[in-house]
Design a protein around this ligand. Structure first.
Ligand code: ATP
Ligand code: MG
Length: 153
């Protein structure tokens, strides 16, 4: 599995916003972002800033903790925000239609570990961790083509 990665320090939400917006700006149809890390580490916060890049400023971006999936229309692709915390078994990945979603849109997935073997190999892993009030994230590109624009970030 080929990979490149970079660590970003996120001392406050403003830093999370800047990173989320820069990744949103270069996102392309088919991109799958895995948002990993413990409870409360900043995954939804990142997803909200990413999604808001495409929406009007005051539009509400709810957490999909209970609905599992939220979708948003953008000019170039459907954008999906998925939270698998409540997925009871990896087989449900198929029932949710995630395979089709992966091909046709851009996905942000919280608690992607719940998918187990259904996890796509070509993806961007964002592994969040917390130290006191600050956050840190390691952005790792798995099986991305060397020239993909994301590698600049
Ligand atoms: N870069 C940051 N610096 C400081 N605080 C942050 C940062 N990012 C997020 N937070 C704060 O962390 C708290 C939890 O964030 P969030 O809900 O995004 O976590 P989560 O990883 O989605 O949690 P869960 O696993 O429960 O869904 C919020 O109060 C948020 O304001
Ligand atoms: Mg969350």
């Amino acid at each position: 599995m080929s990979e490149t990665y970079k660590t970003h320090f996120l001392p406050d939400e403003q830093h999370t916003k800047i990173l989320a917006e820069s990744l949103a700006k270069s996102a392309k149809k088919g991109d799958i972002f895995f948002l990993k890390g413990d409870l409360g580490v900043g995954k939804t916060t990142f997803a909200r800033y990413f999604i808001r890049f495409f929406l009007c400023d005051n539009e509400v971006v709810p957490s999909p903790t209970f609905t599992l999936i939220q979708s948003y229309d953008t000019k170039d692709f459907p954008l999906w925000h998925i939270d698998l915390y409540r997925l009871e078994n990896p087989e449900e990945t198929r029932e949710l239609g995630l395979e089709e979603i992966f091909e046709n849109g851009v996905c942000l997935i919280e608690w992607p570990e719940r998918m187990m073997s259904y996890a796509p190999e070509k993806r961007i892993d964002l592994s969040f961790s917390q130290e006191d009030e600050a956050r840190q994230v390691i952005v790792k590109y798995l099986n991305k083509h060397e020239t993909h624009e994301h590698t600049k970030i």
